[in-house]
Write a protein that binds this ligand. Structure first.
Ligand code: NDP
Ligand code: 8X3
Length: 264
C-alpha cells in the first residue's frame, strides 16, 4: 500500500511465528521501498528470514539485529547502534513474547516467572521507551505506530497460565494508559490480541517437547501466523486518523480462552 511506502518498521521476535510472518507480510504489501529492522535472539534464523524477504521483495531493505528484549542494556543500545538509514522508525511491532510451562502456584519456577515478565512486560515497555522519543520528535506532538501483540490470555485468565495471562493483562494496561497519555499526538497505539495460533509458542511452553506441543492443536483448526500478520499490516496501513485500538482475533472454532470446539 502507498501509505506504507518508505516506512521504517521495527519488529521484535521476527525469527519465528507471528513476527516472521509480519515481516514477510509488510514486505509483500510494500515491496518497493520498506526498511525492516528484524530483531530476536537467534541471529542466524533472522538472517534466513532476511534472505527469504529479499527473494520476494527486492526493493525492501532488511537489517537483522540480535536483540534480547529481556536485557534492558541491549534495548537501550538498539537505536544508537542502528545504521543512520534505519533510525527514522515509523512503526514498532512489539511481538516478542513467550510462555513457559503450565505450572500452578505455588509450584511455578522462579526462572519461568522471570522469563515471562522480563520478556513480555519489561521488554515490551523498554522497547517502547526506546523508540517513542523518535515518534515524539515529529510534528503535531509526534507520529508513528506502536503495535503491541497481546493475547486473549490477557483478557481471560486460565488455569495453568497465571503468569503468562498476568503478563498479557499488564501489556493491556500499559497499552491503554499510553493511548490516553499520547492523546494530543498523532501517535497510534494499537493492540492486537490473537486467540490460538499455531507457531513455536507451544513448543517453547513445553520446553522443546514437540509431541506435547502438537497435542495442543489436535482436533482444532488454529489460526496461522499469516492470519495475524495480515491484521498487523492492515492496522499499520490505515489512514492516519484511523486507529485500530483493540482487536481480538479468534479462529472460527474458538469463542474464549478455553472454549474451543474439538473434533473427536
Ligand atoms: P514463537 O515462539 O513462534 O515466536 C516468538 C518470537 O519471540 C520468536 O521470534 C522469539 O525469537 C522471540 N523472543 C522470545 N523471547 C525473546 C527475547 N527475550 N528477546 C527477543 N525476542 C524474543 O511464538 P508466536 O509467534 O506465537 O508469539 C509471538 C507473540 O504472539 C508473543 O507475544 C505471544 O505471546 C503472542 N501470542 C501468541 C499466540 C499463539 O497462540 N501462538 C496467541 C496470542 C498471542 P528468539 O527465540 O530468536 O529470541
Ligand atoms: C496464547 C493464547 O490462550 O493459548 O496467547 O495462552 S493462549
Amino acid at each position: 500500500a502507498k501509505r506504507l511506502s518508505g516506512k521504517t518498521i521495527v519488529i521484535t521476535g521476527a525469527s519465528s511465528g507471528i513476527g516472521k510472518s509480519t515481516a514477510l507480510e509488510f514486505a509483500k504489501t510494500s515491496p518497493d521501498s520498506l526498511k525492516l529492522v528484524l530483531t530476536a535472539r537467534r541471529l542466524d534464523t533472522l538472517k534466513e528470514v532476511a534472505k527469504e524477504i529479499e527473494g520476494v521483495a527486492k526493493g525492501v531493505k532488511v537489517l537483522p539485529v540480535k536483540l534480547d528484549v529481556s536485557k534492558p542494556e541491549e534495548v537501550r543500545g538498539l537505536v544508537g547502534n542502528l545504521p543512520e538509514e534505519f533510525r527514522d522508525v515509523d512503526v514498532l511491532v512489539n511481538n516478542a513474547g513467550l510462555v513457559k510451562g503450565v505450572a500452578q502456584a505455588p509450584d511455578i519456577a522462579a526462572e519461568d516467572i522471570d522469563a515471562m515478565f522480563s520478556t513480555n512486560v519489561t521488554g515490551l515497555i523498554n522497547m517502547t521507551q526506546a523508540i517513542l522519543p523518535i515518534f515524539k520528535s515529529r510534528p503535531d506532538g509526534g507520529r508513528g505506530d506502536v503495535i503491541n501483540i497481546g493475547s486473549i490470555a490477557g483478557r481471560e485468565p486460565y488455569q495453568g497460565g497465571s503468569i503468562y495471562c498476568a503478563t498479557k493483562a499488564a501489556i493491556r494496561s500499559f497499552t491503554d494508559a499510553m493511548r490516553r497519555e499520547l492523546i494530543s499526538t498523532r501517535i497510534r497505539v494499537i493492540e492486537i490480541d490473537p486467540g490460538q495460533v499455531e507457531t513455536e509458542f507451544s513448543v517453547v511452553r513445553f520446553y522443546g517437547d514437540k509431541d506435547k506441543a502438537k497435542k495442543v492443536y489436535e482436533g482444532v483448526e488454529p489460526l496461522t501466523p499469516d492470519d495475524i500478520a495480515e491484521v498487523v499490516v492492515f492496522a499499520a496501513g490505515r489512514r492516519e486518523n484511523v486507529v485500530l485500538a483493540d482487536t481480538l482475533v479468534f479462529p472460527n472454532h474458538q469463542a474464549a480462552a478455553t472454549v474451543m470446539h474439538r473434533k473427536s
